[in-house]
Design a protein around this ligand. Sequence first.
Ligand code: PBG
Length: 342
Amino acid sequence: MGFPKIRMRRLRSSDSMRRLVRQTALSVDDLVYPLFVRQGKGLKAPIKTMTDCFHFSPDTIAAEAVEVASLNIPAVLLFGLPGKKDDIGSQAWAEDGVVQRSIKEIKKAAPQLLVITDVCLCEYTDHGHCGVIKACPELVPKVRSRENGKIDNDPTCELLAKMALSHAQAGADIVAPSDMMDGRVRYIREALEKNGFENVAIMSYAAKYASAFYGPFRDAAESTPAFGDRKTYQMDPAASTEQAMAEIALDIEEGADIVMVKPALAYLDIIARARQRFDCPLAAYNVSGEYMMIKSAAAAGLLDGKAAMLELLTSIKRAGADILITYFAKDVAKVLLDKPMG
Ligand code: PBG
């Protein structure tokens, strides 16, 4: 007789068999759909660098939110492009700011849809960095030279806390700091608690890498740094996995409710390790470059876009993410609900 032959193929013999033994399933429940709102009226302008994505204005965002909610997607993530920028990004916490107004419109039109807001200064500062630039009086007027334009961590955290608080006041359910300053989750948590917003959750971009995959987004958000890069505050792709675990542990300790790894595709190992180490909800950001690699390859006829999308998102789920932040959210939801894509 001998030992029974191992025949893995028995488990792949039919669609029903494959479905029966599957361990990873995509669900609409896990999806977050990012949206861009900019100052203006009546806007629904296609974003050149991101297929099927648009710039909306606060008066057109509600219709989009209603469509997202009708697909049963639980949450949107808002990015704002202000009418004017300055060196500290003061439109970020303006009461009538573009995000603040959009939150109210969305909450009116689709109250069940969770509104998550990106908390970061890069779209609001005229230099495009995620924080304020250290004042170097001895170097004026060259304060913002390549060599001396260091980001001032703690003053930036105070501004981020102001920004997060103003989003909470406008009705945001979750605030999501993406700036990668040290200690910002603590500042934000304190500001929320002090002002009676203890029920607003924090989803921190905990392990966020200085990645080339943000390229298409930087055009969409008009947030390309005017000088230098983000390597002094975002993580080095080659840093130790333990550094990512330390970033996540710190954010949880400071009061984050949900932690995120970003990007997803090139960091599946980090997602898997974080899943083993931490119990709290884990989000992964399937970023603009990952999205456009598939969209453009599909448009060029190089691969099956729908199949590649499902395979990529399944891999992020399989690695251990609970929440998928993705520009594919509407496409996936349509597939899962058996509606035509596109
Ligand atoms: C802002 C921010 C970025 C992204 C999300 N929030 C860009 C960056 O850090 O330069 C990227 C999202 C994407 O590429 O889809 N700090």
